[in-house]
Design a protein around this ligand. Sequence first.
Ligand SMILES: O=P(O)(O)OC[C@H]1O[C@H](O[C@H]2O[C@H](CO)[C@@H](O)[C@H](O)[C@H]2O)[C@H](O)[C@@H](O)[C@@H]1O
Length: 246
Amino acid sequence: MQTDELDALRPDWDRTALFLDFDGTLAPIVDRPEDAAMAPATRAAVAAIRARTGGAVALISGRALADLDARTAPLALPAAGSHGAEFRSPGSGAETAAGAAARLAPAAAAIAALAGAEGLLMERKPGSVTLHYRSRPALGGAVRALVERLAAEGAGLRALHGLMVSEVALAGIDKGTALRSFMAAPPFAGRSPIAAGDDTTDEDAFRAARALGGTGIKIGPGPTAASHRAPGIAAFLDWLARRAAG
Ligand SMILES: O=P(O)(O)OC[C@H]1O[C@H](O[C@H]2O[C@H](CO)[C@@H](O)[C@H](O)[C@H]2O)[C@H](O)[C@@H](O)[C@@H]1O
């Protein structure tokens, strides 16, 4: 679909809700997930937009919620982690989708076996199991095939493929369901949503935002359902800082 230049997008923060991905959106992509970090200027821009929207800013990430909180502290934003399987709305505690650990356990064991055998990085999150192959891109095909098979074999599971990573996640839950849940209650309800992200997993959020009369911002190249595009994270963060200021 046609995407427009980001410069043309000037949100009225009194009427807008902002949903932000983390890796590749607020923090540059790096080789090791544990090294991903948000710059102080990015944290300040997010805080300023939160104030201007009356609190209608949330994170929607593939990361575990606890990990996300640590990397974005002291913002303590409303957030969905594990691609929506963990959810914390404003002023409430975090919830994880029912039965997540039991549903994911067999897949976690199989993924741990391949990770151990091949020296790949595995992340066990409350709502998904992740296998990274950035350190060994040639294993991408094998990783994707394993994750597809495990998701097909388990009940209520699905395969997710992102940037040098594949995950077994929960079926029926994605970044779009998370965005819709936020939009159903204050301070998000009644506002026009903007969802920003860089990965294929963000497409569900873009579609949900558009269905609610809002828009999506795709960061980087590739097909997208988003209506606007930033050529890369630097351009997106520059836009964010400028829109935070005026
Ligand atoms: O939805 P996001 O907030 O973008 O999270 C998606 C995944 O991000 C992390 O992995 C990605 O970023 C790493 C650090 O830059 C990079 O090394 C890796 O190759 C990327 O796939 C995170 O580790 C995953 O758990 C998230 O699902």
